[in-house]
Design a binder for this molecule. Structure first.
Ligand code: 13P
Length: 256
């Protein structure tokens, strides 16, 4: 089965009104060359509403970098409810990014709740999973991926993955310039898909699995060649329109 590639830019805590406008304008200008690829930008929450206007009519989607796990709005100072993200134009929400897990103490259980809340609010969750270098070197990669995945499957059920995306982001490859080899990425993706397939083959086959971690214009093509790699979650390289478009073009080349 052919899955539509998704190339998503996670801007992390970067940007400004002026910079965002120039970046989106640059991406819009080249997006027509990647017509078979779904493009997504994930700016900081404060810019989501203005970014929605910038991408309007372009086919470029909008995603949040995180959301509050609470299903009901209320006294949760500083948090952003999924319904608010939906209201300002988000289609997706990233949950469980390794920076959220490591720097803000998000547990597997909390990530699972965020996944569930995202869907309850009409957002498609992009669930990030990935091992640290220490875990990889201790041969624990599969165990960690399984644990992170199971937490969500146990809470939300396998059917929830019918409308979700998973991003495999090895922590050691994020922002380090040290990319997973295409083989390492494909192996992890195949493992994740196989785990889901044990529960529901159809959902596993149609689910999109993105790779994230130092994806650049010059390594995207070989990474995207993996049969279980359906696009990328791009950090640093998504802040430059040309670089992001070149990554999207690598996905487009696999799509035809
Ligand atoms: P880099 O592409 O900067 O390594 O970041 C990857 C990432 O964390 C995307 O969510």
């Amino acid at each position: 089965m052919k899955r539509t590639y998704l190339v998503a830019g996670n801007w992390k805590m970067n940007g400004s009104r002026v910079a965002n406008a120039a970046l989106v304008q640059g991406i819009r200008a080249g997006a027509g060359a990647c017509k078979d690829v779904e493009l997504l930008v994930c700016p900081p929450a404060v810019y989501l509403e203005s970014a929605a206007q910038l991408v309007a009519g372009s086919g470029i989607g909008l995603g949040a970098q995180t959301l509050c796990e609470q299903e009901k709005a209320g006294a949760f100072t500083g948090e952003v409810h999924g319904a608010m993200l939906k209201e300002v134009g988000c289609r997706y929400a990233i949950v469980g990014h390794s920076e959220r897990r490591a720097l803000y103490g998000e547990s597997d259980a909390l990530v699972a709740r965020k996944f569930r809340t995202a869907q309850a609010c009409g957002l498609v969750p992009i669930l990030c999973v990935g091992e640290t270098l220490q875990q990889r070197e201790a041969n624990e990669t599969e165990r960690v991926l399984q644990r992170q995945l199971d937490a969500v499957v146990d809470l939300c059920g396998i059917a929830a993955f019918g409308d979700a995306v998973i991003a495999y982001e090895p922590v050691w490859a994020i922002g380090t310039g040290r990319t997973a080899t295409p083989q390492q990425a494909q192996e992890a993706h195949a493992f994740l898909r196989a785990q889901l397939a044990k529960r529901d083959g159809r959902i596993a086959a149609s689910l999109r699995l993105l790779y994230g971690g130092s994806v650049k214009a010059d390594n995207a093509r070989t990474l995207f060649e993996g049969p279980d790699v359906d696009g990328g979650l791009i950090g640093g390289a998504s802040l430059k329109a040309d670089e992001f478009l070149a990554i999207a073009a690598a996905a487009q080349a696999q799509s035809i």
